[in-house]
Design a binder for this molecule. Sequence first.
Ligand code: 26M
Length: 802
Amino acid sequence: MKMTKENFIHEFKKRLGERYALDVKDAAPIELYQTLVAVVKSGYSDIWRKTWKSYVKNDQKQVYYFSIEFLPGRLLKSNLLNMGWYDVVEAGLKDMGLDLDQISETEVDMALGNGGLGRLASCFMDSLASEGLPGNGNGIRYKYGLFKQKFVDGYQIELPNEWLTDGNNWSVARTSKAVDVLMGGQVHLHDNGKYYEVTYEGADLIKAVPYDTGIVGYHNDHVNTMRLWDAQIPASEEINYPTIEDRRRVEDLTSVLYPDDSNYEGRILRLKQEYFFTSAGIQSIIRHYKKYDRPLTEISDHIAIHINDTHPAMCVAEFMRILLDEEHLDWDVAWKQTVQTMSYTNHTIMAEALEKWPVDMLATVQPRILQIIEEIDRRYVEELTGKKDEDFIERTRIIKDGMVKMAHLAIIGSHSTNGVAKLHTELLENDVLHDFYELYPERFNNKTNGIAIRRWLQVANPTLSKTIDQTIGTKWRFDSKELHQLAKYDDDQALLEKIGAAKRFNKVRLAKVIKEQTGIEVSPDALFDVQIKRLHAYKRQLLNLLHIVKLYLDLKEDPNSQQVPRVFIFGAKAAPSYHYAKSIIKCINEVANLVNNDPTIEGKLKVVFLENYGVSLAEKIIPAADVSEQISTATKEASGTSNMKLMLNGALTVATLDGANIEIKDYVGDDNIFIFGLTKDEVLAYETNHQYRAADYYENDPVLHRILDAFVDGTIPNIEVEGHEIYDSLLRANDEYFVLRDFAGYVATQERVSQTYLDQAKWNKMCLLNIANAGYFSADDTVEKYATDIWQIKPNVEVQKG
Ligand code: 26M
């Protein structure tokens, strides 16, 4: 994709004139933005078409990544970068008196995900395209993205996120590729001697319309597709949807993204969403496959389907449904193809997040799918009877006590189950899914998560990127493992100073954002201590807060006690129904008010909770972070991915030995990370022996005692209710996540952090070594491993890399 500055300027002005009959100087930001999107899209549309054609021509095996969430954020800069247009467009705009940064800010984030899982799906989309791999996304085009968060009196309130109001500029509706999804009603089977004829009575017919977004690969003339489905009323069915309510019922299907990422909720609409995008995706895959007259008995040689967490687990049954009911394959033949086609990733071991749907509910949503799941379950039990004891079979079967266990369906119905970090996979194998590991050891494997280095370093942090170019050249931009070349320069004082200067530049930039959004003044000389992730008890934002309260009380007692000024920065949304998490938000906000407005603190301590954390805000916070808080209770965070993004941008990690933190530690070495807290074995021991008594820590540690009292004695104002809730969760409910147990170790570690920060040369050296080792967490490498080990797909033969 070649473009010169002159051609760009010409193209841009031409389109602005055609579209809006405007000159550059008269155009509003949104008009400039939409014009730019049009130019960019026309720049890759031809290659998009050619990429798809080449898959067909070369009969390449393709993967379809099914995910109920995708969280791409803004696409403009990332597309420009991947097309190789970034510098040319930035310069061309400048010549016209325009600013790329400013225009980019106009873009509304595509926020069709909650957090880690959805963002991972989007990093994988970028990497699949950049590796030239034939990979497609399949998901839901929610009308409302994840809610917009506001704070009123320190409380989180949720506002609708109407991201489509100005029209989504990147996607194309492909009405001609719509498919019909059947839901509800009753199913009848008639044995005609050869196969069962299946008829539906009283079912709803829903038209699934795909919206395709081009996913541009990095400098490789390769554009993949992310396909998101919208639910509509079929024109022919007007008669069946006579009332406004009837019509709304259909439109509601793809209306909202469920805002909970840690708690399973048995809502029927959610189950309908899961079946809707699963069925639409599978139907369109099989329809396309059949166009080329290949036998369905070989379909697993040509396509792979990935089940991202259990939300699309009905893929297994829907695939079987089509092979059986529509293609009349024998069960055993169909089953073999299904298992060979499907693969599954588990993202959590938290029991409350595991999906279990009542049989009755599934019967209401899609009775035929329930029948097929029942038959899969029956055959599973039959096959194991006599080979495994009854307990084992009852524990592992799919349907138990009137509930359908989606993880069991995904594991039994696929050839691969993977965890997302070494520790997480180990826990799956030895603990949570041990029975299945015993049964199918060859199906289990680890794929440690990765991130799109392009977005999280090249786009988010151009200043640091340039410094890296000047030191080791630009090869790292194609293969991020090359970042390791930086390690050779760990005694290069000039470079270390430049790394420090880049960080400072980004801190000044963030300080401006903080001032604009909250009115709080922060000094870029202070240490920026960052915790950005969903709010959840297991992630322990509360541990961070207890430490802040300690520093505050210390400063009140002895104003000279703290030597290193710190700015604590939070970004976090709580699920609207997660009461406890919302109470923690309130408490953080009230501590922030107290600390920031206390003149005796004199800027030695600031607390900033930025509203509406999301991909775009992360792109501003991460480059400015000095410290990365990764402090979940060991065993609870499957992997984490913000840990990788922060490390990549030269933040030093304060961490428990949880998720991918362990692998970060292994790469950077013990001297370049701050580890504290209970280990996995210690946590598991407490959870089985029940010998933890949180109150002991309160009673025996006067510092902790004083801090907890501050939550209930008025020291922290305006948290009469929430302060008690938190106090009780720790002392009455015995502190489920071992906050008090880990507190002393955490404080001691934070003291080491401060001491280290005083020695800037040493600090910058540690930053450098973190950056140098972060290239090992590239999603490019992660998807390559999925491609070879799980999907058996190869890069497009026509791709030219480099
Ligand atoms: C469930 C039902 C219906 C709709 C949505 C959900 C749902 C959505 C998101 C349930 C869980 C969801 O997210 C879980 C998640 O984000 N897990 C995180 O995954 C990351 C990527 O692997 C890991 O890095 C994090 O450690 C893990 O918490």
